[in-house]
Design a protein around this ligand. Structure first.
Ligand SMILES: NC(=O)CC(=O)C(=O)O
Length: 314
């Protein structure tokens, strides 16, 4: 099965159940990544907090020191980070790009805890590390109250990586395709997605491991995914854990992939499952040519500080 042929790339979101036993959760993630590989996926995604319950009381207990990009052409030290070792082995064994959801990270530098996503490439190289930039601190009356900042620190940079040539020794038609990574609440910040979709990142696919809940999921999950895809004319894939009614935080599920036209091209329900789609970059170019908003922007009008100064002067 040709899966990175022409201008198309097969991606899979693994909507896995998160077991409170980290070893079981890792083994389950492995099982679903292998199923995605059997479906021909070249870029595979896990959800937010796939090795740990999404619960602030668990983050310090589950946190691991994680490697930094540029430091792990060599095998990850599994005695330091079991999770990084599992992700790296999977990416290398199957020659895939693996966006390893997110996991609690304890920084060896300052002992702070972050909500962090690691991406490994087909050779097992660590391509990217994204620390959740916007922490999920909300209080919706009658709905959900959550304060990540009670235990987590926020990241302070954007993250993207580029696909390389030579997956499975086939020439990779998508070499150079840039993929931006955000985590869950990050999707609510349109400026962040737009920054990833513009130079110098120029990402054409945005991936969000995420875990919306039973209040915000039905209200906003699909809307945000489609909006970020449409307003930036990019593909967006958002990968949730499967719903688990016995967990302290109930994830909404409904992982999905939206196209640059703003339509959902693949989705699932709340159960443990895979979402697979072929990302067609010709389609992206068609949409951008048909409705060229990226070229028609008028930032000089939107610059409110400058405008206010001009209006005050006249
Ligand atoms: N869990 C999150 O980070 C975000 C979320 O659930 C929401 O924005 O809603």
């Amino acid at each position: 099965m040709s899966t990175s042929a022409g201008n198309s790339l097969r991606i899979a979101l693994c909507q896995v159940r998160v077991d409170p036993d980290k070893r079981v959760a890792l083994a389950n993630a492995q099982h679903w990544v292998e199923r995605a590989v059997q479906e021909g996926a070249k870029l595979v995604v896990l959800p937010e907090c796939f090795n740990c319950p999404y619960d602030t009381s668990c983050f310090p207990k589950y946190a691991e020191p994680l490697p930094r990009p540029g430091t792990t052409a060599a095998p990850c030290d599994t005695s330091v980070s079991e999770t990084a070792g599992v992700l790296q082995k999977l990416a290398r064994a199957h020659g895939i790009y693996l966006v390893g959801g997110s996991v609690p990270e304890r920084s060896p530098d300052d002992q702070r805890i972050y909500n962090t996503s690691l991406t490994f490439g087909p050779g097992g190289e660590l391509l990217a590390r994204h620390r959740k930039v916007h922490l999920f601190d909300v209080d919706v009356p009658g709905g959900i109250r959550f304060r990540e900042s009670d235990v987590l620190s926020a990241g302070d940079s954007l993250t993207s990586f580029a696909l390389r040539d030579g997956i499975d020794s086939e020439p990779n038609a998508n070499a150079g395709l840039r993929v931006g990574v955000g985590i869950c609440y990050d999707i609510r910040f349109p400026e962040m997605a737009t920054a990833m979709a513009r130079e110098p990142h120029n990402a054409k696919l945005l991936i969000y491991p995420g875990a919306f809940n039973m209040t915000t999921g039905p209200a906003h999950w699909e809307l945000l995914i489609r909006a970020r895809a449409l307003d930036n004319q990019v593909f967006v894939g958002a990968c949730s854990p499967a719903r688990d009614l016995s967990a302290t935080y109930t994830a909404y599920g409904h992982s999905m992939i939206a196209s640059p036209w703003g339509e959902v091209i693949a989705r699932t329900d709340e159960r443990e499952s895979l979402v697979v789609a072929d990302i067609d970059l010709n389609r992206l170019e068609q949409v951008r040519n048909a409705i060229p908003v990226r070229k028609q922007r008028r930032p000089e009008v939107y610059n409110t500080a400058q405008k206010a100064a001009e209006n005050t002067a006249t």
